[in-house]
Each structure stands twice: as structure tokens, then as C-alpha cells.
Design a protein around this ligand. Structure first.
Ligand code: NAD
Length: 288
């Protein structure tokens, strides 16, 4: 790795805090090395306070761009020149591309999720999705699903601080896309059961199922049926309680590892113009 870094190598950053635990540098640097691309990806512990200076620094140093995670995803748009339609609709940015000093922000989480379904042969376009969540991951998926042509979205969330965000998301989806989105309270279990019953796919886009909510789910087994696709954005553990129950029912299941890989692959392509070597990366990252 160090042998390939020279004075010509172009920087790509990751701006977030806390961020030392991230696996993104491992993923991107392996892909650069594998394809012989002259970039280096480094994570920087930056929060909202240092964000403007960091963005300007990356621009001055002619970095190719950066990834952005919490708490900067919903703030960085202030320091950028342009936004993609998905970034506009979600109000969040996870990828910045620097084209000769013009900074464009986009969000690749939703694209990554949709591609993970497609790669598994799950065609959700023109169909109904029931999804739980109103946070970062959920909003990105809901917006991208609507932009890509999912026909109907039944969105559930509990009435916490995220609920208002879901109200906004539903409004924007109904105004700006051809998808029909409706929001429900997650505590209304009978409505959840009814909406899942005529859905093609059910998605958990909350942290329920991972630490500190490990082993938990709000789903009851009799809400599922064998031809329902059940998807979870959680990737640690790779099999959440939801996916265990779904497997017991006989549902096809998919965890969040594909979304994680493909959101990275989409950013990689925007920076380098090249496809990430997916099969190699799956092997390298231990993804089945
Ligand atoms: P967030 O904090 O923005 O949103 C949290 C969501 O979880 C909200 O909708 C909230 O209402 C809901 N929630 C929290 N506790 C709950 C509970 N006890 N019962 C019901 N709902 C509850 O978080 P986020 O960034 O959207 O992340 C959510 C999950 O998605 C995490 O598990 C994260 O690891 C995962 N994620 C996966 C990927 C991927 O690439 N696979 C990407 C981003 C996030």
C-alpha cells in the first residue's frame, strides 16, 4: 500500500466523528490498489465545528472528494456548490465530488440499497414496499425507492423525534415523485400487519436488531408470509432477530451488507469513473 503512494496520489477523505472504527478506508484503498488507481482514502475526525474549514481544505488540496457521515451529513450542503436530486429530497449528503473546484453533494445510501436488491434478483420497481424508519438510512432508501419507481411506500415509525422527519419525507415524495407514500405509527400493529400483507417487500431501516437493541424486533411471525421479501439494513449482526423469524417463515431475506458495499461502490464510481471490483471486494470483506 505505502509503495503505491507518491507525490501524484490524489486524496479522498471521510469527514465524521466518531469515525476511527470505520471500515471505509479498508474498502476503498483495497479497490484502488486492486484496479491500480492512484488515490488514497483517509478518515478525518471532523465534526460540525471544523466542517467548513475541512471542506475548503479538501478543495484547496484538490482532493477528488469525500464521504461524509454523522454529524455532518445534514450540515455539509451549506458548503457545497450543487446537490443531486436525492440529496435535495433527503436533506443529507454522504458523498462529495470535487470537479475542478466545483463541489457536488449526493447521497449513495439509497442507490446502494436498491442495487443490493437488484443484485439478489429482487425487482421491486412498480411494487409496494412497507418500510420502518425515519432516520438517515430510512430516508435515503425511501427517497431512492420513490425516485427509482417503487409504486407505493407504507412508512412506519414510532412517535419519537424522527417522526416529523418522516412527515416531511412523505410530503416530498408525494409532491416530487410518482410514488404514493403514506406514514403510519409503528405502535399501530394492526395497520402494520395489513400493510405488510399486500407488500412485495418489508424493510427494517432502524437500528432495532443491533446493539443496544440486539435480539429485538417489533415484527410478529404471523405478519410474514413465505413469498414476502424481508430486508434489514442492519449488518452487524448479519442475521438479526427479524431475519431469523423471516427465515423460519420461509421468506427470502437480505441483510445490510449489500447496501454498505454498494453505497461505497456508487461513491467509488463517482470519484474514479470506474466500477468497484465487486466480486473481489465481497471476498476481501468476507461478504457472502
Ligand atoms: P438514525 O439514528 O438516523 O435513525 C434511527 C431510526 O431508528 C429512527 O427511525 C428511530 O425512530 C428508529 N428507532 C430507534 N430506536 C427504536 C426502537 N426502539 N423501536 C423502533 N424504532 C426505533 O439511524 P440511521 O443512521 O438511520 O441507522 C439506522 C440503522 O441503519 C442502524 O442499524 C445502522 O447501522 C443501519 N445503517 C446501515 C447502513 C448500510 O449501509 N447497511 C447504512 C446506514 C445505516
Amino acid at each position: 500500500m505505502e509503495k503505491r503512494i507518491t507525490g501524484y496520489t490524489t486524496l479522498i477523505g471521510l469527514l465524521a466523528t466518531p469515525i476511527k472504527h470505520t471500515s471505509s478506508p479498508k474498502m476503498h484503498n483495497e479497490a484502488f490498489q486492486y484496479l491500480g488507481l492512484d488515490y488514497a482514502y483517509l478518515a478525518f475526525e471532523v465534526g460540525n465545528d471544523g466542517l467548513e474549514a475541512a471542506v475548503n481544505g479538501l478543495k484547496s488540496m484538490q482532493a477528488r472528494g469525500c464521504n461524509v457521515s454523522m454529524p455532518n451529513k445534514t450540515v455539509i450542503h451549506k458548503y457545497l456548490d450543487k446537490l443531486s436530486p436525492a440529496a435535495e429530497l433527503t436533506g443529507a449528503v454522504n458523498t462529495v465530488i470535487n470537479d475542478n473546484g466545483v463541489l457536488t453533494g449526493t447521497i449513495t445510501d439509497g442507490v446502494g440499497y436498491m442495487r443490493s436488491l437488484k443484485e439478489r434478483g429482487f425487482d421491486v420497481i412498480g411494487k409496494k414496499m412497507t418500510i420502518v424508519g425515519a432516520g438517515g438510512a430510512a430516508t435515503a432508501i425511501e427517497v431512492q425507492a420513490a425516485l427509482d419507481g417503487v409504486k407505493e411506500l407504507s412508512i412506519f415509525n414510532r412517535k419519537d423525534e424522527f417522526y416529523e422527519r418522516a412527515v416531511e419525507t412523505v410530503k416530498k415524495i408525494n409532491e416530487k415523485t410518482n410514488c404514493k407514500a403514506t406514514l403510519y405509527d409503528l405502535d399501530d400493529k394492526e395497520t402494520l400487519r395489513r400493510e405488510i400483507a399486500d407488500s412485495f417487500i418489508f424493510t427494517n431501516a432502524t437500528g432495532v436488531g443491533m446493539k443496544p437493541l440486539l435480539g429485538q424486533t417489533y415484527i410478529e411471525k404471523d405478519m410474514l408470509r413465505p413469498d414476502l421479501i424481508v430486508s434489514d439494513v442492519v449488518y452487524a449482526p448479519t442475521k438479526t432477530r427479524l431475519l431469523e423469524i423471516a427465515e423460519e417463515v420461509g421468506c427470502p431475506t437480505i441483510n445490510g451488507l449489500g447496501m454498505m458495499l454498494f453505497q461505497g461502490a456508487e461513491a467509488f464510481k463517482l470519484w474514479t469513473g470506474q466500477e468497484m471490483p465487486i466480486e473481489h471486494m465481497k471476498e476481501f470483506l468476507g461478504i457472502e
